[in-house]
Design a protein around this ligand. Structure first.
Ligand code: 3H9
Length: 697
């Protein structure tokens, strides 16, 4: 016989004979919010008080078991009971408690399982301790119970990488006891019955011994020192795991202190902001529109960009028709794609069979007419408006009705491109980042007449291609390249005024960027910016200070890595400053009568970041980005912005608008044309509001 009691909105208790089934139902991901924690405690108490109950089993409804603590509660006053207390209560239950996780048991979700007396996973289960990705460490016993169940090495690996592992691995490591097929409720019930008939053993994890693994601890320390120096929580993971050899309760007190301390760190706030940024960008005005079906796409241009886009599309299961004008260009494009896919196989990212199937979906052609049957075309030829207009004019005649016509332009006016067709509503910008088969970001550029379902199609395509799409409006360079063009000038001014490219790069790398701007420029190719500056030369205002160093370096034929030199010389893995570039810098300073000054690394970072924030503020002000968090996402996923800082506008909030305005006003004394306070920042400095306030609107 069964009867179900609702403990509260999210927890129910069902009795089936002598088994008490506790169900967690807190959509979308069963986060362990206060109601879940309180409900679990009450359910355990109720089941213990019911004489008919012999075993308790916890499972969850919906698509996943508990995906962790409720991240939205972080930073708010703690609500009782805490998750560690709730889990300790479960572990202390007089009657045996088992858990039957399905989907993903992550962070606090996995820690709930660790606190039960046995774990029966549902096949397909993945588990992990992803707290590190939020700038935290497991805070509900994971660092203490993990080593007792699976040893120090696996606990450290899980907690320091944040990677999910399969149920099969979890079983092999002893983290779970069984892996069964079936619906979570059925698996939970069968597991409880196995406890009753003595075929599934139960024990308290806290009672198990821990073996010290010096080798794993040393490897973890070395890895953290080398790769995770900016994350406050990383060394704490190791220290907490190290303490697991003592009493669990004491270890948990230490773990909790570390967890609470991490919540207050800027790196924790930055990482949590980045987590939400990745998801917030999907909230667009066109979210309700139905995307058009896309199965076959056309890619025009077989250069680095076009072949990267084609690779990403093929990898995601789409059929691709690749167009080039000449057979030679086409062969080159197919060669790039083959190399990209072979590389994925070599790195273990793709099976050889999948690569062969992807290549079979590629149809190269020199005939534009073959684009007649594709659902969407991405034009990825070089940045020239006349060429693009000509191509879109042709596409207008060739493509079927309803096909989406996209340009991968990184700067140009999509309204103007759309005007070359008779169907502006079908035209959109899809700005991929190089290498397009690797980089996560896709700017979806919405032109004046773009139809809502075309925007929705761009976002759906991004999802299929595992990209993070950010909605952008039309302006020169959209969100990312527009801001880059602006703060890139500051780096040039700093260089002309006395800082070396190497000093600027090092200062910004120490700030957290994977690579400084001059190394990035060399990697991307200095000729790209050069071409763009030539395009803009006629419209450059006379008042603007112009640094000619980059152009002069390009004039020597040094375009960066691809030519072996740029700001640096690239010699078989060795990188050193290029003396030719340094000589040009000296000559330019002399020609302008500049006596080189000294800049500290902090001054470099402050000027660079203030410039980035100023232009980002204008991009928000003008509605080019929907919200500040969209700008943050662009920089996190397309420009190597340090994740632990959350993005330029999250960083701006950390500094505060008053300080930023003060800096701009100080810099403006030397260059009032370049340094102007954006109205939005002025207002924030006056009323104390933040960019975060605009995200919440
Ligand atoms: C922790 O557990 C600390 C403990 O050790 C100690 C505590 C004392 N909270 O990703 P999706 C939202 S730290 C609140 O698109 P998917 C998400 O924002 C936590 N909300 O789905 C989104 O909302 P919206 C450790 C959360 O199917 C919606 O759910 N856990 C949380 O692609 C759907 O999310 C993690 O770090 C949360 N914990 O992927 C796991 N998680 O629709 C984080 C998600 O309004 N979560 N949301 O934008 C994930 O990795 C993925 O969400 C998951 C599902 C793989 C579960």
């Amino acid at each position: 016989m069964t009867d179900v009691t609702k403990i509260n909105d999210v927890i129910s208790l069902e009795r089936v004979d002598s088994v008490a089934l506790v169900c967690i139902d807190n959509p979308p991901v069963n986060a362990s919010a206060q109601s879940v924690r309180a409900g679990l405690v009450q359910a355990i108490d109720a089941a213990n008080a019911d004489d008919a109950v012999e075993v308790i089993a916890i499972y969850a409804a919906g698509r996943t078991f508990v995906a962790g603590a409720d991240i939205r509660e972080f930073g708010k006053p703690p609500l009782s009971p805490s998750l560690p207390d709730a889990i300790n209560h479960i572990e202390a239950s007089a009657k045996p408690v088992i858990s039957a996780p399905h989907g993903t048991a992550l962070g606090g979700g996995l820690e709930i399982c660790m606190g039960t007396h046995a774990r029966v996973g549902v096949k397909g289960l993945r588990v992990g301790l992803p707290e590190i990705n939020l700038g935290l460490l497991p805070g509900a016993g994971g660092t203490q119970r993990g080593p007792r169940l699976m040893g120090m090495k696996h606990t450290l690996d899980m907690a320091l990488t944040g990677n999910m592992v399969s149920g099969e691995d979890a079983l092999a490591w002893g983290l779970i006891d069984r892996l069964e097929d079936g619906a979570p409720r059925d698996v939970a019930l069968a597991g409880a019955r196995a406890v009753l008939d003595g075929t599934l053993a139960t024990r308290r994890t806290s009672d198990l011994p821990v073996t010290v693994d010096e080798e794993a601890l040393a490897a973890a320390r070395a890895m953290v020192a080398k790769k995770m120096a900016n994350l406050d929580s990383a060394p704490m993971v190791i220290e907490a795991v190290e303490r697991s050899t003592g009493d669990v309760k004491e270890g948990m007190v230490f773990e909790r202190e570390c967890f609470m301390a991490c919540l207050k760190t800027a790196s924790g706030r930055g990482m949590q902001h980045a987590f939400f940024a990745e998801r917030a960008v999907a909230k667009i005005p066109e979210a309700g529109a139905t995307p058009r079906p896309v199965e076959k796409i056309g890619v025009i241009g077989g250069g680095t960009m076009g072949s990267g886009i084609a690779t990403a599309a093929l990898t995601s299961g789409l059929a691709v028709r690749l167009i080039e004008i000449s057979q030679e260009g086409l062969d080159k494009g197919v060669g790039f794609i083959t190399k990209n896919l072979d590389g994925a196989v070599k790195r273990g990212k793709m099976s050889a069979e999948k690569r062969d199937a992807a290549m079979a979906r590629l149809e190269p052609s020199t005939d534009m007419e073959t684009l007649a049957d594709v659902d969407l075309v991405i034009e990825a030829v070089f940045e020239n408006m006349d060429v693009k207009k000509d191509i879109f004019g042709q596409l207008d005649k060739i493509c079927k009705a309803g096909a989406v016509l996209a340009s991968n332009t990184s700067y140009l006016n999509v309204d103007e491109i759309a005007a070359a067709t008779s169907r502006a509503e079908d035209v959109i910008g899809l700005h991929f980042f190089s290498p397009a088969n690797i980089m996560k970001l896709l700017e979806v550029v919405v032109a004046e007449k773009t139809a809502p379902e075309v925007v929705a199609t761009g976002f759906a395509l991004a999802k299929k291609m595992r990209k993070i799409a950010v909605r952008a409006g039309v302006c020169d360079g959209f969100i990312g390249n527009r801001i880059l063009a602006y703060y890139g000038k500051t780096a040039g001014y700093l260089m002309e005024d006395g800082a070396s490219p190497e000093q600027i790069d090092t200062a910004l790398e120490n700030f957290g960027f994977a690579m400084g701007p001059y190394k990035v420029g060399d990697l991307a190719g200095l000729d790209i910016g050069w071409a763009n500056r030539k395009r803009m030369a006629a419209t450059r205002p006379n008042e603007e200070r112009y640094v000619r160093i980059h152009d002069k370096i390009c004039e020597t034929g040094a375009y960066g890595r691809k030519t072996g030199s740029g700001f640096y010389i690239y010699d078989e893995g060795d990188i050193r400053p290029n003396p030719v570039a340094l000589k040009i810098i000296d000559e330019e300073r002399a020609a302008k009568g500049i006596t080189p000054g000294d800049f500290t690394d902090q001054e470099i970072v402050d000027r660079y970041m203030t410039a980035m924030i100023s232009e980002a503020a204008r991009v928000v002000e003008e509605g080019i980005a929907l919200r500040p968090i969209d700008v943050d996402a662009v920089f996190l996923f397309g420009y190597g912005f340090p994740r632990f800082r959350g993005g330029p506008l999250k960083y701006a909030d950390e500094i505060g608008a008053t300080e930023i305005v003060k800096r701009i006003e100080t810099y403006a004394k030397d260059d009032p044309y370049y340094w102007k306070v954006p109205a939005i920042l002025r207002r924030m400095a006056e009323d104390g509001s933040t960019f975060a306030d605009l995200n919440d609107k």
